[in-house]
Design a protein around this ligand. Structure first.
Ligand SMILES: *Cc1c(COP(=O)(O)O)cnc(C)c1O
Length: 475
């Protein structure tokens, strides 16, 4: 094989630029983008030839140069972040964006975020307003708190609360609650960041009221309780409930802070889940400040919601850190919309996607699973398609032991392997993330809305996903 001849047979740039397909691409995108793609693909081609061991494959690669250039221009203009179909059955999947926002809420938010809005403008008074004002009253009404605000996420809430109330002082926490929430967010580290000193009391499995009491000093600024939402210690355990802490906190005049994590506002035990403490309850039992995530069980946008006594919330609003952690107009408006749903439990369960998924009755899920299976079977693909029972989970570090009975569509490919099928599903224009169980892939229908069924069926068909040779990119 004479590589020099191969190199010389690569078309020159000016020749490529004369190709009609390339000209069309320049019109649609831009000359700069096409030129960059040409340079990239030329470099790749030269490298390929340098490593090539067969002349034929090198020639084919040269022949494919223009199609590869076009593909690379398209790829440059295709957003990398895209909608995926969550077939995992994990409702709060942090890697898949946690809580989905309701379509109706998004429609309402659309005009506000694509144009101007009264985010920090008081229309009544005709002057500067407060970005929390749109949802503060609602939060107070629903949780029973005196005041409220929100920051970027709940990790920020904890940081802001500690920095505002305890900087330079000590905060007492039970050793059973020194948790890592994920992504290296650990209570002791946040404490250090905030400038407060952590005082650990009790043991991993048992902490008594006296453990807190014995460590209260002149330096104590707060007692912190952290809801261990992402794991459970079972067996010989004891912890101090919020209502037991409140009287001693009062006696020593320090606030009780509770980080609830998931932010449940309705009693989920009514829907067959195990009991999770609600925000209202914490406030009613006397917690001074309570914080929780906006995009866990609350079912809204990413946010850290803080409710509690006005005196403390005011200290946080004045803290310099608030400026760095402040929410934007998208978060402010979606928080308001989601909170309005909570004015009626029925609306909340119906209109907040996370709650709707959690509470969807098994027979409804089964009906939808049968309908998806029918749609796939009608395509007559080389696969065995069935409806099987499975278990969904909450995820996102909430209710770790909880499993919800659910129904899934299983696909057993006849011509390709299960790992190959899983790979192809992941590389579709609307990727599907399934669960793999032995010799089949499983799509849990609880986390797939009915609107997506059409997408699933048409993609399986159009891309020959189950055939020996598919049209899925990269294969
Ligand atoms: C999830 C969680 C957090 C962090 O919340 P983000 O909104 O993800 O930042 C903090 N504390 C507890 C107890 C949690 O469960």
């Amino acid at each position: 094989m004479n590589k020099n001849i191969l190199y010389r047979s690569i078309p020159k740039v000016d020749v490529i630029l004369e190709d009609v397909r390339v000209k069309r691409a320049i019109e649609k995108y831009s000359r700069e983008a096409v030129m960059e793609a040409i340079r990239m693909e030329m470099d790749k081609l030269r490298e390929y030839i340098a490593r090539a061991e067969e002349e034929e494959s090198a020639k084919k690669r040269i022949f494919d140069l223009v199609p590869n250039i076009l593909q690379s221009v398209v790829a440059m203009h295709t957003p990398n972040m895209r909608m995926v179909i969550n077939g995992t059955g994990t409702i709060l999947h942090t890697n898949l964006g946690r809580a989905p926002i309701g379509k109706e809420h998004m429609k309402r938010a659309f005009d506000l975020v694509t144009g101007y809005c009264n985010l920090e403008y008081n229309l009544e008074a005709g002057k500067r307003g407060e970005r929390y004002s749109h949802f503060e009253k609602l939060l107070c009404k629903i949780t029973g708190a005196e005041a409220a605000m929100a920051v970027n996420n709940n990790a920020s809430s904890v940081l802001l609360i500690l920095s505002s109330l305890a900087k330079g002082g000590e905060v007492i926490v039970s050793r059973g609650e020194l948790i890592e929430i994920g992504g290296k967010f650990r209570i002791p580290d946040v404490m250090e960041q905030s400038g407060a000193t952590l005082v650990e009391v009790g043991t991993t499995n048992k902490t008594h009221l006296s453990d807190y009491e014995d460590h209260i000093t002149e330096e104590t600024r707060a007692l912190l309780k952290v809801h261990t939402s992402n794991y459970k210690i079972v067996g010989f355990t004891d912890s101090v409930a919020i209502d037991e802490l409140v009287p001693i906190a009062k006696e020593y005049d320090v606030p009780v802070i509770e980080d609830l994590g998931s932010g449940v506002l309705i009693d989920l035990s009514k829907y067959g889940l195990s009991y999770e403490p609600t925000v209202q309850e914490s406030i009613a039992k006397g917690a001074d400040v309570v914080c929780f995530s906006g995009d866990k069980l609350f079912g809204g946008p990413q946010a850290g919601i803080i409710v509690g006594k006005k005196k403390y919330i005011d200290m946080m609003k004045k803290n310099q850190l608030t400026r760095a952690l402040r929410i934007d107009k998208f978060t402010a408006t979606t928080l308001e919309l989601v909170l309005q749903e909570y004015l009626s439990e029925e609306n909340a369960v119906q209109n907040i996607p996370v709650l709707r998924m959690i509470t969807e009755p098994l027979d409804e899920v089964a009906k939808r699973a049968r309908s998806l299976a029918r749609a796939i079977r009608a395509l007559d693909l080389p696969a065995k398609v069935d409806v099987v029972s499975c278990e969904s989970q909450i995820g996102g570090g909430s209710l770790p032991l909880e499993r919800i009975q659910s129904m899934a569509v299983s696909i057993r490919p006849e011509k390709i392997s299960v790992p190959e099928l899983e790979y192809r599903l992941r590389h579709l224009p609307v990727p599907m993330i399934p669960r793999t169980v032995n010799d089949m892939i499983v799509l849990d229908v609880r986390t797939i809305d009915t609107d997506s069924f059409k997408i699933i069926a048409s993609e399986l068909k159009e891309y020959d996903v189950l055939e020996e040779v598919s049209k899925v990119s990269g294969r």
